[in-house]
Design a protein around this ligand. Structure first.
Ligand code: ADP
Ligand code: UDP
Length: 236
């Protein structure tokens, strides 16, 4: 599979067309951004880790019945994926208070919820990905009721699978963001799951093993990504 044309360059990945109109190649970069692009940097080795971690977890999710865009890992940084029309909703699941939730609710971080939460942001960089609910999404035609139902079902399923899997690595899955797309009329999981898009804490020490180390200048950013990758046990 060969890259043809650069279709889109985002903050963390480049997306290329291929000779197959149904298949794209995503290429993961080491670039890191936070606060809607205001903070920029590099996390050496991140692209390969996020690529391989996403593919490893997407395979597990497929086995558990969650359809994903994964076609084939091509190399450390590049993966062939099904070309979808991205549903412009960032789907955020939380198991513990953290980040914007903790701030909004005046809570400290790390409080376990009675049950997981789900929220949507409208995927729009110019507006800073504002929080919206399903009625906004329906009113604005961002997704249909059936699509939102499928997205909600899959998102909680992804949480179940990932929570259990990370627990086996002594990692607490605090929260995460996922994106879905339309592929021949079906909703499938797209984009990535990585320390860029998940909050991952060591279960014993509560050490942060994710992008908050970059966002909050906590140091040892590369080490945290490497540590998650090491625990996954997928390095050859
Ligand atoms: P951003 O656009 O937020 O800067 P990235 O740098 O990760 O993010 O860019 C990747 C882009 O590709 C995102 O806009 C994402 O929604 C999109 N994308 C992810 N998977 C697919 C797919 N299978 N088909 C089409 N687009 C995808
Ligand atoms: N997240 C993400 N991309 C975004 C916004 C959030 O991947 O554009 C992830 C983030 O890494 C965290 C979860 O979604 O795991 C919840 O983020 P939150 O709403 O608390 O926002 P933040 O504090 O990161 O601004």
């Amino acid at each position: 599979m060969e890259k043809k044309e650069l279709l889109y360059e985002g903050k963390a990945k480049k997306v290329y067309t291929t000779e197959d109109p149904d298949v794209l190649i995503v290429s993961y970069k080491d670039d890191a951004t936070a606060f809607n692009g205001l903070k920029k940097g590099t996390i050496v080795g991140k692209g390969a880790i996020n690529n391989r971690m996403t593919n490893y977890i997407f395979k597990k999710l497929e086995e558990k019945g969650v359809p994903t865009h994964l076609v084939e890992e091509l190399n450390d940084r590049e993966t062939a994926v099904k070309k979808v029309e991205i549903v412009p909703l960032e789907v955020i699941i939380r198991n513990f208070s953290a980040g914007s939730f903790a701030k909004k609710m005046g809570m400290e971080e790390g409080i376990k919820f009675l049950q997981p939460t789900l929220e949507f942001s409208y995927k729009n960089d110019d507006l800073g990905d504002p929080f919206i609910n399903r009625y906004y999404a329906l009113a604005l035609g961002l997704a249909t009721q059936e699509e939102i139902d499928a997205i909600t079902k899959y998102a909680f399923q992804v949480n179940e699978v990932m929570q259990e899997y990370f627990a086996s690595l002594n990692i607490e899955l605090i929260d995460f963001k996922i994106e879905f797309g339309r592929y021949h009329g079906q909703i499938i999981l797209a984009d990535e799951v990585s320390p860029d898009t998940c909050r991952l804490w060591d279960k014993d020490t509560h050490e942060k093993l994710d992008k908050d180390r970059f966002r909050r200048d906590l140091g040892n950013v590369e080490d945290a990504y490497q540590e998650v990758f090491r625990r996954l046990g997928i390095d050859k």
